[in-house]
Unconditional design. Structure first.
Length: 205
């Protein structure tokens, strides 16, 4: 199994050796130093903690600086744990894109783009109402419950509200190319988040 932290650069085209054009997302991943190992005996679960994103010392807290210094790592912005991915890794080692190979199936997790407060048409793909003469229900959600029984609206009714800006995991992606000299992963298809947003890449189980 393999896991790594990185940032989304953007989307582009990749021309395969057989002439096919692949729509790929370029992810700048690693190098990620191992800053912590969680064991079942000590922590109750097994995981590896990786760090990514060089930053000046004043941008992180004193506690974070001390934690990274113990692992011999420079100041880094993002830390994340990957369960059941430790393997033979030890604190102080570095994970690079070479942990992945062309053709590997991966899943990418990130925070999706925030869309702000949106109505039901955009947020839940509702259909609009009639636009005929006298209609007062063009983009409103319509009836959401009976008046007499149960005289209330049930929890979980899809309505307007905050859209996006939440953790999303895109599964079933494939590594099209690995460029170790530039720390790049080319993944077929799109991944969540904006350009330069941080992403977590894991092998599919």
């Amino acid at each position: 199994m393999a896991a790594i932290l990185g940032k989304k650069i953007g989307m582009t085209q990749f021309f395969a050796e057989d002439g096919r054009v692949e729509r790929v997302t370029v992810i700048e991943a690693g190098p990620c130093p191992v800053t912590g190992i969680r064991t079942f005996e000590r922590d109750g679960y097994e995981a590896v903690q990786l760090a990514y994103g060089a930053v000046s010392e004043k941008r992180i807290t004193k506690a974070e600086r001390g934690h990274l210094a113990k692992a011999g790592a420079p100041p880094l912005r993002h830390l994340a744990e990957f369960r059941n991915e430790a393997g033979e890794l030890q604190v102080g080692e570095t994970v690079t894109v070479e942990a992945f190979e062309k053709g590997d199936k991966v899943k990418v997790a990130a925070t999706s783009k925030g869309k702000g407060f949106q109505g039901t048409i955009k947020r839940h793909n509702f259909s609009r109402g009639p636009v005929t003469h006298g209609s007062h229900n063009v983009r409103a959600p319509g009836s959401i419950g009976a008046s007499a029984t149960p005289s209330r609206t049930f929890k979980g009714i899809r309505g307007p509200g905050q859209m996006g800006n939440k953790r999303v995991t895109q599964r079933g992606l494939e590594v099209v190319e690995v460029l170790p000299d530039r720390n790049l992963l080319l993944v077929r298809g799109s991944v969540p988040g904006p350009r330069n947003g941080s992403v977590e890449v894991r092998s599919e189980r």
